[in-house]
Write a protein that binds this ligand. Structure first.
Ligand code: NAI
Length: 790
């Protein structure tokens, strides 16, 4: 056989190495040792640690371990720079972001080589995916800088942002964090992951070259303790974190009660669903990108294959064949598919998880192939014979390991896909677009790719549902996450509620003259409190005006269960929801006098205006129900991305003590308009306006379980709701202590929170609260990528 024919026969390939020299020269120019980049200058390196090349184990450079003092210096520099940076015109900020984009492009090869050396990822990926996306992010956000005020009226930047990023996409995660923060007018203190600091340091030099004003970007290197110092710093206004769910939860707890903004991009165990009518060869190639891209160290990796039973055998056979052709080796070799994992500790973690899965009965397949003699290399692995309970199915492995299961029907595929605490991404393969578009909204994940996978773009938001975190990066939503309403800074402490007459000691006295205790309302039925006790309700003059049930943990559990059974409210058409809210408003209007009298009875103040305001608010959000919509993005790929606005799920509302009716309705209306079933705890002091509401709910066709009312002590019920895994978000208009407690207790399932922190939110203010302030909090954006082209 001649040589060419032989090559075709075996498809052997020769190495195509990229030179490491330019990156090594850059390291040498810095004597291989780096300080922090603070206030536009490099600090003198003191305590350092080594950043190693995971493909060889050799040290690349020494990097400084940031102390609390370093962090403090960086925060001070960022604070000082904030004033002038945020005062620049959008055009001026845009020019800096543009300059950064240009310089990243100009030095893209150097960045790519340095990234592959430090992280171990194939040069093909750093060169063709990571670095071009970094440049794209800065270009895209240059535009947002300029159009900020037009597109985000009344919004201001947070101030100083603390940003902590992981090691899997070191420079790309930096870009996702820094570009929107700067575009919005914030200044930043960013900490790269300890394994991969080098491209962040090269980026600092790019900032210098771009003439970025000093202190706008500060890079402090170090490990978890440095990250903790950033999280704990009192003068940081917002924390943005990407990394493990475990650390994300710790950060949620640490920031509770501080008023810091927070966005979390955490782990995933994303399903990769292949239907029997899929183009199987494309689906196999997609799978290679889904789970062996970046050695599987991808938060949105398609790590859980769900394949329809009828094609399972064929698919798995083809997949194994394809796995055997994957090339594992030197990350700088342009012909390899799988490079090195980031560090020996990650290799050990992946091995341990696989071993544990095998011990639980899983079958592990690895193709027969040689690995380089040293370095953090692993073979691609496929795990079969598992049930959903197996640890390798439940846990994020973050390595080149795919877990496969099968399903029979689309319904089963959805159930399996959603059977996870995570909700970052999902992939669907089917040639039937109707089927794919039917499944996409049913999957609880922030990103869904149809007939494609791991597509990213600066214009398209990215972020998770459930324990994959909250907040979005990219797109308009991502920009919005770096701003807040200007008026928030003027909020005053809520007035302390006037003391009411002391509780009578004899419960029989309390009951005197009250013929009926107002019931709670759960699952469309009136409900007596589990405790069997009632709470007295006093009027402004201390008179007893009624009694309500003293709700407890059990009542909350029943209410949450009823609300979960009513999640279908979210898929009722928006037109229907609008009609029901209009109807609710109309029926409340009919009973204006009765509700006004009830308000007067409880507060001593005339109630008509409050009832009118509540009716108007219901009208306003009925109007929003079918208008607060998504968008269709046009990323630079042959695909559209449909940004769909979805409800969050079960929303718990703890109403403020004041304004017995409007205080609840102002929160209830946006939650319902957007499709969230609600568990509502009315004003602790004046709950009767809401317990009266059940009749209005019933006559207005609100489906049972969509609104559940539990009366009782607000702080106690708020804790139970915050701790409950069946609650997806909680809004709590409580005092500072209750707010802190709610934020801390919410870490269990990382529910989204809005708390008033003892500040007075004048919910009667139409301008502030009749628009998107609560709508944004009542929704999350899911981006569904749909490719086109025959
Ligand atoms: P990690 O979550 O510990 O590290 C991410 C970043 O957080 C790093 O910059 C780290 O220095 C910093 N950090 C660590 N502890 C901190 C703390 N208490 N306060 C503030 N910052 C802190 O991730 P790690 O340990 O490197 O990887 C462990 C596992 O986490 C991986 O095996 C993987 O499963 C998962 N992971 C997930 C990522 C994702 O994007 N979903 C990214 C990185 C890791």
């Amino acid at each position: 056989m001649n040589k060419i024919a032989q090559i075709f026969e075996t498809l052997e390939y020769g190495p195509a190495p990229e030179s490491a020299q330019p990156a090594l020269d850059w390291l040498k120019a810095h004597d291989g040792v780096f300080g922090h980049f603070i206030n536009g200058a490099w600090t003198k390196p003191e305590k350092t640690f080594s950043s190693d090349n995971p493909a060889t184990g050799e040290s690349l450079a020494l990097v400084s371990e940031g102390t609390a003092e370093d962090v403090d210096k960086a925060v001070k520099a960022a604070r000082a720079a904030f004033k002038s940076w945020s005062a620049l015109s959008g055009y001026e900020r845009a020019k800096y972001l543009y300059a950064i984009a240009r310089l990243v492009q100009k030095h893209s090869r150097l960045f790519a080589v340095l990234e592959s050396l430090d992280n171990g990822k194939p040069i093909r990926e750093s060169r063709d995916i990571d670095i071009p996306l970094v440049a794209r992010h800065f270009y895209h956000h240059a535009g947002w800088a300029q159009h900020r005020d037009r597109e985000f009226p009344g919004q201001v930047p947070y101030g100083v942002c603390g940003q902590i990023i992981p090691w899997n996409f070191p420079l790309l995660m930096l870009a996702w964090k820094i570009a929107p923060a700067l575009a919005a007018g914030n200044t930043v203190v960013l900490k790269p992951a300890e394994f991969t600091s080098l491209t962040a340091l090269l980026f600092a030099e790019i900032c210098e070259k771009a003439g970025l004003p000093k202190g706008v970007v500060n890079i402090v290197t170090g490990a978890g303790e440095t990250g903790q110092a950033i999280v704990a710093h009192p003068d940081i206004d917002k924390i943005a974190f990407t990394g493990s769910t475990e650390v994300g939860k710790a950060i949620r707890a640490a920031t509770a009660g501080t008023g810091k903004g927070l966005s979390l991009e955490l782990g995933g165990k994303s399903p990769y669903i292949v239907f029997e009518d899929a183009d199987i060869d494309s689906a196999i190639e997609g799978l290679v990108d889904a789970i062996w891209f970046n050695q599987g160290q991808v938060c949105c990796a398609g790590s859980r294959l769900l394949v329809q039973e009828s094609i399972e055998e064929r698919f798995i056979t083809k997949l194994k064949k394809r796995m055997a052709t994957l090339r594992v080796g030197d990350p700088l070799d342009k012909a390899i598919d799988i490079g090195a994992l980031v560090a020996p500790v990650q290799v050990a973690r992946v091995r341990d998880l696989v071993k544990q899965g095998a011990a639980e009965g899983a079958h592990v397949y690895e193709p027969d192939m040689d690995l380089p003699a040293k370095g953090c290399f692993l073979k691609p692995a496929l795990i079969t014979n598992v049930s959903p309970a197996n640890s390798v199915v439940a846990e994020e492995i973050f390595g080149p390991v795919l877990v496969a299961m099968s399903f029979r029907t689309p319904e089963e595929a959805v159930a399996l896909a959603n059977n996870t605490k995570y909700g970052l991404a999902a992939t669907i393969w089917s040639e039937n677009i109707n089927l794919a578009l039917d499944i996409a909204p049913k999957i609880k994940a922030g990103v869904v790719w149809i007939n494609g996978t791991n597509n990213f773009d600066a214009a398209v938001g990215f972020g998770g549902y459930k324990e994959s975190g909250f907040g979005r990066e990219g797109g308009k939503e991502g920009m919005g996450a770096y701003m807040k309403p200007a008026w928030e800074k003027d909020l005053k402490p809520a007035p302390i509620a006037k003391a009411v007459a002391a509780k009578p000691t004899n419960p029989l006295d309390a009951a005197e003259g009250i013929d009926q205790t107002a019931k709670m309302y759960i699952g469309g039925k009136q409900a007596r409190p589990d405790s069997g006790y009632a709470r007295p309700v006093y009027g402004a003059n201390g008179n007893l005006v009624g009694e309500v049930g003293d709700g407890n943990r059990k009542d909350i559990r029943n209410a949450v269960e009823a609300a979960r059974a009513a999640l279908g409210w979210g898929t009722t058409s928006a037109h229907n929801r609008a009609q029901i809210l209009y109807y609710l408003a109309e029926n409340l209007q009919y009973r204006r006098n009765e509700f006004a009298a009830r308000i007067k009875e409880q507060t001593g103040e005339k109630g008509e205006a409050e009832v009118d305001a509540a009716v108007e608010r219901l009208f306003a959000f009925a109007g929003w129900a079918d208008k607060y919509d998504g968008a269709v993005h046009n990323p630079p790929l042959r695909a559209i991305a449909a940004a769909m606005v979805e409800p969050i799920g079960v929303l718990a509302i703890v109403a403020p003590p004041s304004r017995p009716l409007l205080g609840s309705v102002a929160l209830l209306a946006p939650a319902l308009a957007m499709g969230n079933p609600v568990v509502l705890v009315p004003s602790e002091r004046s709950p009767l306006s809401v317990t009266d509401l059940y009749q209005v709910l019933e006559t207005s066709d609100v489906p049972s379980g969509v609104v559940n009312i539990v009366t009782g002590e607000s702080a106690v019920l708020a804790r139970t709701l915050a701790e409950h895994d069946g609650v997806d978000a909680i809004w709590c208009a409580g005092d500072a202590g209750t707010s802190t407690m709610v934020e801390k207790a919410s870490t269990g399932n990382l529910k989204q929170t809005w708390t008033s922190r003892g500040l007075y939110y004048d919910l009667a203010d139409r301008e502030k609260f009749e628009g998107d302030y609560f709508l944004r909090r009542a929704t999350q954006v899911k981006n569904v990528w749909v490719p086109y082209g025959a």
